[in-house]
Design a protein around this ligand. Structure first.
Ligand SMILES: Nc1ncnc2c1ncn2[C@@H]1O[C@H](COP(=O)(O)OP(=O)(O)OP(=O)(O)O)[C@@H](O)[C@H]1O
Ligand SMILES: [Mg+2]
Length: 267
């Protein structure tokens, strides 16, 4: 999706090097402060983790970025490419997705009776009506995209199998693939390794490293081994605020992080 929608894309002269700028975001739910003055920049083509104890506000922050939740104050700017910015705050969820910000939720939602390939075809289609999507003609260019994505998520040899016969991990990878087929500029993953054993978790990490060339990856995850394996930048949230940010070594060395997070069983 590298067309320029002039209504959305505001040309800017300065270089940001960023994919996303979250500025002073606060959210209140009936007086409860879920996020307070959160400011974070996400570098383009990086793997950026949000970690923190349960209830820290990680999922809420992803909800803000994709407009599932409206902030009480603050802004989110998206830089689909260098030289352009889009103010996401105030936009509708579908418009944000169309602008190139993809979101994978925790529970896999693949069509189990369809093949891996047909699931990919469905995800290409803006029109989500299943039958018209499956029986439409797939262009050679779309086929190339599907082949490329299946290769990236390691499912090429499973293309003709029913999605329902895949392992839990493979279903998660298929769903990441379905997001990638829409060619997002940012993909957001909430606990992508949840429910996976060590080998599958490791392979998920390697998968994320392969896709960061084509899009910026934002991940929420509890598994610290996984964070160590792939994170470029880690932001630690605690009680709705940014506790610290840096590379994984800086973050792990931070005493407050050790106290409030690692000491409290953040596996
Ligand atoms: N719609 C809502 N209404 C009221 N409170 C909410 C709502 N959504 C989230 N919260 C509260 O905001 C806080 C942050 O929740 P959030 O789901 O963002 O945490 P999290 O960091 O993703 O936690 P976990 O690691 O358990 O997934 C929690 O205390 C939660 O109960
Ligand atoms: Mg969460």
């Amino acid at each position: 999706m590298s067309f320029i929608d002039t209504e959305l894309h505001r040309p800017i002269k300065y270089r940001t090097g960023k994919a996303l700028d979250i500025k002073s975001i606060s959210v209140e739910f009936d007086g409860f402060k879920a996020l307070t003055d959160v400011t974070v920049g996400v570098k383009r083509n990086s793997i950026h983790f949000f970690i923190g104890p349960n209830g820290a506000g990680k999922t809420t922050l992803l909800d803000i970025i994709c407009a599932k939740t409206k902030p009480t104050s603050g802004t989110v700017h998206f830089y689909p490419e260098e030289g352009y910015e889009i103010l996401l705050t105030g936009m509708k969820e579908y418009a944000i997705a169309n602008a190139g910000v993809g979101r994978k939720f925790q529970v896999p939602s693949v069509f189990t009776e369809l093949s891996v390939y047909d699931n990919m075809v469905l995800s290409l289609s803006g029109n989500k009506r299943i039958w018209s999507s499956i029986f439409r003609k797939v262009t050679p260019k779309e086929n190339d995209i599907i082949a490329d994505v299946l290769d990236k998520v390691g499912l090429t040899s499973h293309a003709n199998e029913k999605a329902g016969s895949l392992s839990h991990g493979q279903k998660q990878w298929l769903e990441i693939g379905m997001q990638l087929a829409a060619r997002p500029k940012i993909i957001m993953l909430d606990e992508p390794a949840a429910g996976m054993g060590k080998p599958e978790t490791f392979r998920t990490g390697e998968l994320l490293k392969r896709i960061k060339d084509i899009c910026t990856v934002i991940v929420v995850e509890h598994d610290m081994e996984f964070v160590k394996q792939v994170a470029d930048t880690v932001t630690v949230l605690h009680e709705g605020m940014v506790l610290t940010e840096g590379n994984i070594d800086d973050v792990l060395a931070n005493e407050t992080v050790q106290k409030v997070y690692l000491g409290r069983g953040g596996e």
